[in-house]
Design a binder for this molecule. Structure first.
Ligand code: ADP
Length: 325
């Protein structure tokens, strides 16, 4: 049966495993008789009609590569109704009947708005290291970023121990503490300061009185980045002021958390979700994100997926506190 084109794009912050997702969507689509157009630079490329037809060979040898072969971008124009109108017209012109969007919550927010305004079919795939999309236990890129952070913290610990210092290590996550909390558990850090837990002063005070005081001469505290200036530097400066007896340092891991070869878990997740995106189209699903819950692939309406404040399992906080004595 002859089918229309599936358009595929990556949008927002890059995440490891996006390439594995592009590969999975492209190959599954072709298996089911769709043709595929790869759209460059996210929504910006859709508006500007930057795309090419993809063959199975175009996605060879990319499952192991970080970043995205389709490039990614942020598009101010797509946030305007004129921009989305242009995007719709390009889809018509290019005979794209369905759009697969790989990205974070901003990208899926854009897809939802687009699908509300026009009669388009969008399928979202959660591609973000922050793990902040609701309705899915994990997002593509999160596991790789977590592993990268743990590898870095292992190295920082050598210096922290040798020099008997407190290190505040800042990690990504935007408004979500998943990376900080779980990397702290996995690296044996003494504390995590995350947006979901109490007030900032409580967390610092608690750490100082609980952990550093007793048996340890060095400590590592993982802090979620903060748009309000309350990242690792803020806490380090407070400790320097309030506890001048401690030798304090800051490491901001920054963009090295985003790239690198995806972990096996991220490749498998990307492959399962990419495959299911095409199954979703075959079933007539529209305007849903494909996610994973309890190891089962699920469809999550966009409105649900982009809800704020995905809850973090609070028992993780107890695990870290108890094991860091
Ligand atoms: P991420 O997808 O990683 O969260 P952003 O938040 O930067 O990244 O969003 C990526 C892009 O999605 C934006 O540059 C914009 O083009 C589009 N977008 C985000 N929010 C909206 C919105 N409310 N309406 C339309 N487009 C949006």
């Amino acid at each position: 049966m002859e089918r229309g084109f599936v358009g595929i794009l990556t949008s927002g912050g890059d995440a490891s495993g996006m390439n594995a997702t592009i590969r999975a969507v492209t190959r599954s689509a072709i298996c089911h008789g769709f043709k595929v157009k790869g759209i460059f630079r996210g929504y910006e490329g859709l508006i500007n009609d930057e795309m090419k037809e993809m063959s199975t060979e175009d996605v060879s040898n990319i499952i192991q590569r970080g970043g995205t072969i389709l490039k990614t971008a942020r598009s101010k124009e797509f946030e305007t109704s004129e921009g989305r109108k242009k995007a719709y017209e390009v889809m018509q012109k290019e005979n794209i009947s369905a759009l697969v969007v790989i990205g974070g919550d901003g990208s899926l927010r854009g897809a939802r708005t687009f699908a509300e305004e026009y009669d388009v079919t969008c399928i979202g795939l959660p591609g973000t290291i922050d793990n902040d999309l609701c309705g899915t236990d994990v997002t593509i890129g999160y596991d790789t970023a977590l592993n990268t952070i743990v590898e870095c913290v292992d190295k920082i610990r050598d210096t922290a121990t040798s020099h008997e210092r407190i290190f505040f290590v800042e990690v990504m996550g935007r408004d979500a503490g998943f990376l900080a909390q779980n990397s702290a558990i996995a690296s044996g850090a003494e504390a995590a300061i995350i947006p979901e837990d109490q007030t900032d002063s409580d967390q610092l005070e608690e750490f100082i009185s609980r952990g550093f005081r007793k048996t340890k001469n060095s400590s590592i505290v993982i802090v979620t980045e903060s748009p309000n200036g309350k990242g690792a530097t803020y806490y380090a400066e407070r400790v320097m002021r309030e506890y001048p007896q401690y030798d304090v340092r800051v490491t901001i891991l920054g963009h090295l958390q985003r790239g690198g070869s995806p972990s096996a878990n991220d490749r498998i997740l990307a492959s399962r979700l990419g495959y299911t995106a095409i199954q979703a189209l075959l079933e007539g699903q529209r305007n849903v994100m494909v996610g994973i819950r309890n190891d089962e692939v699920v469809y999550v309406p966009f409105t649900e997926a982009i809800k704020k404040n995905k809850p973090i399992d609070k028992s993780l906080i107890a695990v870290l506190n108890e094991l860091s004595i």
